[in-house]
Design a protein around this ligand. Structure first.
Ligand code: NAD
Length: 480
């Protein structure tokens, strides 16, 4: 069977389905191809959504334990792992089912199967497990294609042990069991989010990070707010430490560790979670029949409109490079579709927010202080400590911080960083400020609701002028 369509989208994650839906809204005939029953991709099936559901549970457990200090005592929680898993899977099912409906309502043809490019304008979709029984391959010709095949967990040889005791993030999100002891290899987004979940559920969690700090690349003052709390939550956090060997050993995994912080180089853990980054799914069958180019790390190379070296093919999301974030993928996808529709469009964001959904959350956008230092760029950094926030006190979370990175000449806000409860929600204001070209004065003059954590952004701007109501810090005389 050969069909034709204006646009074929390969991969149904936040890049792919955002592209398909916008293209349909703009009147294009669209086919969206993915192996899953519904659109959703890693984010919905085995990433953002199941992890956030579990992190919500972790936060409730932690707060229930902390409530003792507020004069409210709960009994130790009884965990029903089957019901917890079913609830999490239900969240995923409702969300992916909803995307299926949205796809149908828009008239997008959803083709379940595995895509192989036959050339720059055609694809074959094989459907060996098609549940409706029709397993005939479908050949499709298209005017334009968007590649959005995402990424998968990286698994270096030294960390690959064929054992159900060694997990990647997908396995950890399945909640197979609550291990007595869990070694998390990698102190990045996934290691810290899932490590926090298992620690709250009762595992003794050890985190091993090969660099000198958690969340490499993020500003240290933000990370330290989280690191201090993790000290209480985790059994150990070992920095500048690497895993040099893994072996199945009776009822556990024997791990060989190397690093100055390591007291015992051989340690036994119930389970090991490997979270050392992700690699792009760029080995798309048939890609060699096109002019699409990949870089040394395997990312598909694209221009500002997300067009590949093959004029009919665009690529978006994790497939084209860092940051590997769903919201970046969706925005790239919309740019690609607009370019295909002939609109003037380019992907040049002023700020892509990053959020680590631990407790406390760590979030930043725009220029970081670390980047400014590395680039030798002169900036002024102002901080508002949450100990001076009434709202933070009422939440018993006074250890957060909100910071602004400001251009000393124009006083424009170049970057925002927040560590504390709800930082992931608060950072959106920073994105708007940066994208709108707001100055510190703009932020200071906007009336923020009291008492909220959002006031910390306004007061960080007040700190810049030495006029914060709740912090006494006179403005330093300008350098000459
Ligand atoms: P990551 O790059 O965030 O962190 C990996 C960490 O592992 C790094 O700190 C690295 O130094 C460390 N590491 C690498 N090799 C190691 C080794 N052999 N031993 C010890 N440490 C080692 O990668 P991730 O946590 O796997 O996440 C992958 C990507 O997924 C992220 O880059 C992010 O874009 C995305 N993600 C985002 C979110 C979110 O937005 N909240 C959540 C999860 C994942």
């Amino acid at each position: 069977m050969t069909n034709s369509t204006h646009l074929a989208v390969i991969g149904g994650g936040p890049g792919g389905y955002a592209a398909a839906f916008l293209a349909a809204d703009l009147g294009m005939q669209v086919t969206l191809i993915d192996e899953a029953a519904h659109p959703g991709g890693v984010c919905l099936y085995r990433g953002c959504m199941p992890s956030k559901a579990l992190l919500h549970v972790a936060k409730v457990l932690t707060e229930a334990r902390e409530a003792r200090a507020w004069g409210v005592e709960f009994a130790e929680p009884a965990l029903d792992l089957d019901r917890l898993r079913a609830w999490k899977d239900g969240v995923v099912g409702r969300l992916t089912g909803g995307l299926g409906q949205l796809s149908t309502q828009r008239g997008v043809t959803y083709l379940r199967g595995r895509a192989e490019l036959l050339g720059p304008t055609s694809v074959r979709v094989t459907r060996p497990d098609n549940p409706d029984g029709d397993d005939e391959p479908v050949d499709l010709t298209f005017t334009h294609g968007i590649l959005s095949t995402g990424s998968r967990p990286a698994l270096p040889a030294v960390l690959s042990l064929d054992s159900d005791r060694v997990w990647d993030s997908t396995r950890a999100l399945d909640l197979p069991t609550i291990p007595e002891s869990l070694l998390v290899v990698g102190g990045g987004y996934i290691g810290l989010e899932l490590g926090s979940v298992y620690a709250a559920l009762g595992s003794a969690v050890t985190v091993v990070e090969m660099t000198s700090g958690l969340l490499p690349g993020a500003d240290r003052d933000l990370v330290s707010v989280l690191a201090r709390r993790l000290e209480g939550l985790c059994q150990a956090v070992l920095l500048e430490t690497t895993v040099v060997g893994l072996a199945e050993d009776g009822d556990g995994v024997r791990v060989t560790l190397q690093g100055d912080a390591v007291a015992h180089s051989e340690q036994q853990f119930d389970r090991v979670l490997v979270a050392v980054g992700r690699v792009p799914n760029s080995e798309i069958p048939g890609l060699e029949r096109t002019a699409v180019q990949r870089d040394a790390r395997g990312f598909v190379m694209v221009d500002g409109q997300r067009r590949t070296a093959e004029p009919t093919l665009f690529a978006v999301g994790d497939l084209v490079g860092e940051p590997m974030l769903a919201h970046k993928a969706s925005h790239e996808a919309r740019t690609a579709v607009e370019a295909i529709a002939g609109h003037k469009a380019v992907f040049e964001p002023g700020a892509i927010p990053a959020v680590v959904f631990t407790d406390p959350e760590v979030a930043w956008c725009g220029l970081t202080e670390t980047q400014a230092k590395a680039e030798g760029r002169s900036v002024q950094v102002t901080r508002f400590p949450w100990a001076a926030s009434g709202r933070a006190m009422t939440l018993d979370r006074p250890s957060g911080v909100t910071k602004l990175i400001i251009d000393p000449e124009s006083e424009q806000i170049l970057g925002v960083g927040i560590a504390g409860s709800g930082a992931g929600e608060l950072i959106a204001e920073g994105v708007v400020a940066i994208e709108m070209g707001a100055t510190a004065a703009d932020l200071r003059l906007c009336i923020h609701p009291h008492p909220t954590l959002s006031e910390t952004l306004m007061e960080a701007a007040e700190v810049f002028f030495g006029q914060s109501t709740h912090v006494y810090r006179p403005k330093r005389a300008p350098r000459v």
